[in-house]
Design a protein around this ligand. Structure first.
Ligand code: ADP
Ligand code: MG
Length: 727
């Protein structure tokens, strides 16, 4: 099979991305290669594809267990025999894997650098035919890189000890000049073919915000990114704890990750995030290199990092699938002071002499200054980043906070008419979220159940972003065309003034961002999204969750969001057509094709069965499952419970914390209380009786906030009422 055939067959892609082909060709022709490409560019494929075509076994050296697992899962899904050898295996499992490897069971073997020089492994390596050695995250070999791993220095000793030294490839996303020459020298690459693609990640939208209240700003962003997942980076463990607790208290399921947690806790958090059981990961920079999750839609820096290198690497974890993603940095003056303090008191490197230490400190302070400038520039942020890394860039990108900051006065009369008509036609009984959904032609259950998709206004603002409609709604509210009910439902109604627009032809203008809005800017490959798509897309996502759940792999390993969108756009009817969708290779088409095709066909059938009872309403847990789900030891936030439920049901059901707390509120177990910090939901008398506890905590900045915890009685109560909650 030729390389393009293999590309399609195993990976489901029609063409190479920038840089890939040169590196693949290099390896196939027996040359060493060195690829420097940004995160998400597709480096893995550069060694995985040649590995399939060359005779013998390819060893991939990778620094982290999570990275290995992720890639091995993906390869196995694509029908490629691969395995990993690292400390997560028991001695018995390790032996068995080696034995199989000796029999050429695996085409690709991932191995931790620490293993290379062990007796057992060397014995193995000397007795099989090695096709290639690929070193992933190759910058780990350099002390100048950020993730120096001394065990990477052993790679050279290992390759020198082989009877025949196979062709080698090295790959990394971050490499300054110094790191590059280190990689070539310390790994002993022989006259490598070098490819360095640009640093630009055009699908990432960059912005800096300077909010007075970071937590509210965070909530606002998360609200705009509902249904998507992302990472919130904080500079200290304490802030991670605080932000994570507060998010959970607000009903947003979040996991935490920092170096102060046990290995087990960290692994659990990471898996919750990878497997989409929680949508938000709150973490220090300890959470990072091992994250290959492709559908991260936003990365928010709650604190400013210490330098642009860290920032770009962390922010770069968004949008690996090529879909539009948002990178937001929250700046405050305190961040600068904390960073300065850490630089001066941080790494007291014993091995360095006084002069070197002073030099390093000076260099670090210079970097911090450049990071701070980034937060204050009015120029194009992308240009600032690229120039920092030594690339030239035009001064306008049209996809960052600076380029999109411009607002202009816009005539919104037409939009306003539609919004007001929507409130009227739907009977003045919904809040902003639902109205926005209707106007955008969304497809949640309630819309279909209430028949709102039959309204004349349904989908009439489908080309607007959610943010814009929300902004226009707020504007109408602020100018008293629209009223809001004072209870917790915040139902919107029309005022007498609305007639001026609806009947008397008054026009309305407001300031809106200029046409280059991030949410509208789709990458070229992205499929158009319409009302039908959302519904089908949701359905395909559920199917994917079921399949992934059954196999115990993250959902994106089955198919990426981009691939599901591709299916929605092309609506394939046969397996052949399905394979024309980018990301569907032969193996996956054979494994899952039938089920996805069936789902697409059903959704596309001319007369879908009217108002079938949503599956959720039939949802019931067995006694045994309930017993398993309850946390006995201590009261937990409600999201802990919903997360567990999601994992039991394979993530296919939306038992969100928001849904549960809204239900509790309606039933009177929670009540709203106005405090200085805003509205808070706390346990009512009857709530306390069923075991809901409201606790007060103090945040790092001295603010007092409250958090609701559910003891085992309360958890039991919720599980018993799940059917009701979900209906
Ligand atoms: P890197 O290691 O460079 O950060 P990965 O190897 O993890 O990036 O690839 C990132 C994403 O790009 C993956 O989801 C991968 O499937 C996808 N990808 C790689 N090559 C191609 C290609 N030629 N066409 C489309 N998508 C690709
Ligand atoms: Mg990689």
């Amino acid at each position: 099979m030729d390389k393009l055939g293999a590309l399609k067959q195993y990976f489901g892609y029609d063409s190479f991305r920038n840089g890939q082909e040169t590196l693949v060709d290099g390896l196939l022709s027996g040359r060493d290669v060195f690829g420097v490409m940004p995160t998400g560019a597709g480096k893995s494929l550069c060694f995985q594809l040649p590995a399939l075509m060359l005779e013998g076994i390819t060893l991939v050296i990778s620094p982290l267990i999570s990275l290995m697992k992720d890639q091995v899962y993906s390869l196995n899904q694509a029908g490629i025999r691969a395995a990993y050898l690292n400390s997560s295996l028991t001695q018995g499992q390790y032996r068995l894997a080696l034995e199989r490897a000796r029999e050429y069971t695996y085409k690709i073997i991932y191995v931790a650098p620490e293993r290379l020089l062990t007796e057992e492994f060397q014995e193995f390596a000397r007795h099989v035919k090695l096709a290639m050695i690929a070193v992933d995250e190759a910058h780990c070999v350099s002390q100048w890189g950020q993730d120096f791993r001394p065990s990477y220095l052993k790679i050279r000793e290992f390759t020198d000890g082989l009877p025949v030294r196979p062709v080698m490839g090295a790959f990394t996303a971050t490499a300054t000049e110094q790191v590059r020459s280190d990689v070539v020298r310390l790994l002993n690459l022989r006259d490598p073919v070098q490819v360095s693609t640009g640093f630009d990640r055009s699908n990432l939208y960059f912005e800096v915000q300077k909010p007075r209240d970071k937590f509210s700003a965070l909530l606002k962003l998360l609200n705009e990114a509902r249904e998507q997942c992302g990472i919130v980076y904080c500079s200290t463990r304490k802030t991670v704890e605080e932000v994570c607790d507060r998010l959970n208290a607000e009903g947003i399921p979040a996991a935490r990750y920092h170096a102060g947690l046990s290995d087990r806790e960290r692994r659990e958090s990471q898996e919750d995030f990878l497997f989409d059981r929680v949508s938000v990961m709150v973490a220090t920079n300890a959470f990072g290199m091992g994250i290959d999750k492709s559908n991260v839609s936003f990365v928010i820096h709650y604190n400013m990092p210490k330098d642009m290198e860290s920032y770009y690497q962390e922010a770069g974890r968004a949008g690996r699938d090529g879909e539009p993603a948002r990178c937001t940095l929250f700046y405050s003056g305190q961040d600068v002071r904390i960073n300065q303090f850490m630089l001066q008191n941080g790494r007291d490197n014993e091995e360095l002499d006084e002069a070197t230490r002073a030099l390093i400190l000076q260099r670090d302070e210079e970097r911090l200054k450049k990071m701070t400038f980034y937060c204050f520039t009015d120029d194009c942020l992308r240009a600032y980043i690229l120039r920092y890394f030594g690339e030239s860039a035009p001064g306008y990108c049209g996809n960052c906070g600076s380029c999109c900051a411009d607002t202009e006065e816009t005539d919104i009369t037409e939009d306003a008419r539609k919004i007001l008509a929507c409130i009227q036609q739907s009977g003045e009984r919904f809040g902003a979220a639902m109205l926005t959904e209707i106007l955008r032609g969304g497809g949640n259950d309630r819309i279909y159940r209430y028949g709102l998709d039959a309204l004349p206004v349904y989908g009439s603002l489908s080309r607007r972003t959610e943010q814009q409609i929300r902004a226009e709604l707020r504007y109408l509210e602020g100018n008293e065309y629209v009223s809001t009910s004072q209870d917790e439902y915040r139902v919107l109604g029309l005022t007498g003034k609305a007639e001026e627009i609806l009947l008397r032809g008054e026009t309305l203008r407001m300031r809106l961002p200029k046409e280059t809005q991030p949410a509208l800017k789709k990458s070229k490959a992205a499929a158009p999204q319409g009302p039908v798509d959302t519904r089908l897309f949701e359905r395909l996502k559920k199917l994917r969750a079921k399949i992934a759940g059954a196999q115990g792999v993250p959902a994106y390993v089955v198919f990426s969001d981009a691939t599901l969108r591709g299916m929605c756009a092309r609506l394939p009817r046969t397996r052949q057509e399905l394979m024309e969708v980018s990301g569907v290779g032969a193996e996956k088409a054979a494994r899952y094709g039938e089920r996805f095709l069936a789902a697409i066909a059903e959704e596309e059938a001319p007369n879908p069965a009217p108002a079938a009872i949503p599956e959720e309403e039939k949802f019931q847990l067995s006694e045994e499952q309930k017993e398993q789900l309850i946390f006995l030891d201590e009261p937990v936030p409600v999201s802990f419970l919903t997360k567990k439920i999601a994992s039991v049901t394979g993530g296919a059901y939306k038992v969100s914390a928001v849904r549960v707390t809204n239900w509790l509120l309606r039933q009177g177990y929670l009540m709203e209380q106005h405090t200085a910090g805003g509205k808070m939901r706390v346990a009512s008398d009857s709530g306390r009786k069923i075991g809901i506890l409201t606790e007060e905590r103090e945040s790092e900045s001295g603010e007092v906030y409250r958090i609701n915890l559910y003891d085992s009685t309360a958890q039991r109560f919720l599980l018993d009422h799940l059917g009701e909650i979900l209906s």
